[in-house]
Design a protein around this ligand. Structure first.
Ligand SMILES: Cc1cc2nc3c(=O)[nH]c(=O)nc-3n(C[C@H](O)[C@H](O)[C@H](O)COP(=O)(O)O)c2cc1C
Length: 396
């Protein structure tokens, strides 16, 4: 009998037994204070769209083909005119530093290692320049439409100066969805230290110690532009108060042209939820749409993005690229989206759970797992390349 070697590195030990994204979610739930976990995990109102995003993938099956010589599988593709080793983009998330002190730096570094684009949020806790300083990889910048268009123009200029590749205009956030878990917990950004947080902190000493030691969390891209006039962005405020006072609910198609005049690179419209709007986006000449309901965090009752892929591909697939964003937890989800007509997928919580569970190495772990999953699924359904991923491999 041989004994298994004892793993002394605690993070490696934690990751050793992780087999899926849902394992990472469980670990993140244990390690993060409840308010922080619920901010990352939760959705709007009854969380029907949140659940539907993953359940819709579950309703789709495969029609595996056999004897197709799948000894060499390659999931590489092209996205926005550049090669991509795996059809996956890391979705933008705001306030990422609440899950880990490295915040946005961790996914930026991990995605560079994996050769995948990482999308930095306007509401990030590390700035456009800080993130570029740690990564020579593909970076996209996500734009929220602030009432102060001068600020948007500045952000776009900064992203161009820092060689970000694409702008992602999020259009599903005219006002903030009601995330009831955050309301119940009184969750504020940045997390403030009240009696509840202190008690929760005592139960999550690892997180609390890291939080107390690191520099204050702030809206790093928009310092001085918070509610109530100039601020360093460190005043606690609810996300709803912040966004509803700053975001412009009058955003419209004309603003896409405004953005186009200021940005020479590709534009992705994120938050398209109907075929009709995908057609309007194509008419505007944008390079890609991300079919998305913001991970079920905006209007509850919005359709699952995977269910929109085939009809949108039918309508505009020859005119622009289609990114399926929401509910991706397994590589097989990515394979399903591609077979139905998507160019790539975006994932948010998948890597965020990894970050909360094990920091940057947790993000590496997720990306490796998804890559393995995609290759295995492709082999098992008889596809050697993404060109082989066609709708006849899908069972509804
Ligand atoms: C904690 C969290 C914060 C988010 N912040 C932003 C944001 O700042 N900007 C944005 O466009 N989308 C944001 N999103 C939505 C994601 O970009 C993405 O659409 C969503 O996570 C996809 O669903 P998934 O988590 O099931 O992959 C956020 C999502 C989460 C979970």
């Amino acid at each position: 009998m041989r004994f298994r070697r004892i793993e002394l590195d605690p993070v490696a030990r934690r990751l050793q037994r992780v087999a899926s994204v849902s394992d990472l979610r469980r670990i993140a739930k244990r390690r993060l204070p409840r308010g922080v976990f619920d901010y990352c995990d939760g959705g709007a109102e009854d969380e029907r769209s949140l659940a539907e995003n993953t359940e819709a993938f579950g309703r789709i099956g495969f029609r595996p083909r056999v004897l197709r010589a799948v000894g060499k599988v390659d999931p590489a593709t092209m996205l926005l005119g550049r090669p991509l080793p795996l059809p996956l983009v890391l979705a933008p998330t705001g306030f990422t530093r609440c899950a880990h002190p490295d915040g946005e730096l961790a996914p930026a570094r991990a995605s560079e290692r994996a050769g995948l684009p990482y999308t930095l949020s306007t509401l990030a806790t590390r700035s456009i320049e800080e993130v570029r300083a740690v990564s020579d990889g593909r970076l996209w910048f996500q734009v929220y439409a602030w009432r102060d268009r001068g600020l948007v123009a500045e952000l776009v200029e900064r992203a161009a100066a820092a060689h970000y590749e694409a702008l992602v205009l999020t259009v599903d956030t005219a006002v903030l969805g009601r995330r009831e878990r955050d309301v119940r917990r009184g969750f504020e950004m940045p997390p403030k230290l009240g009696i509840g947080t202190l008690l929760d902190g005592a139960v999550h000493p690892g997180w609390t110690w890291a939080f107390v030691r690191s520099d204050p969390i702030r809206f790093a891209n928009v310092v001085g532009r918070g509610p109530g006039g100039p601020s360093d962005g460190t005043d606690p405020v609810s996300l709803a108060t912040f966004t509803n006072s700053q975001f412009d609910a009058n955003l419209s198609w004309g603003d896409v042209d405004w953005l186009r005049e200021r940005w020479a690179g590709p534009i992705v419209i994120k938050g398209v939820q109907t075929v009709a709007d995908a057609v309007l986006a194509a008419e505007r000449g944008v390079e890609a749409v991300a079919l998305s309901n913001h991970g079920g965090r905006q209007v509850d009752g919005a359709p699952a993005p995977i269910d929109l892929v085939a009809p949108v591909a039918d309508a505009v697939g020859d005119r622009m690229e289609i990114i399926c964003d929401g509910g991706v937890r397994r590589g097989s989800d990515i394979v399903k989206a591609l077979a139905l007509g998507a160019t790539a997928c975006m994932a948010g919580r998948a890597w965020l759970y990894g970050l909360g569970a094990a920091g940057e190495r947790g993000v590496d772990h997720v990306l490796t797992m998804l890559d393995d999953d995609v290759r295995r699924t492709m082999a098992l359904i008889g596809a050697s390349t993404v060109a082989d991923l066609t709708p006849d491999l899908i069972a509804r």
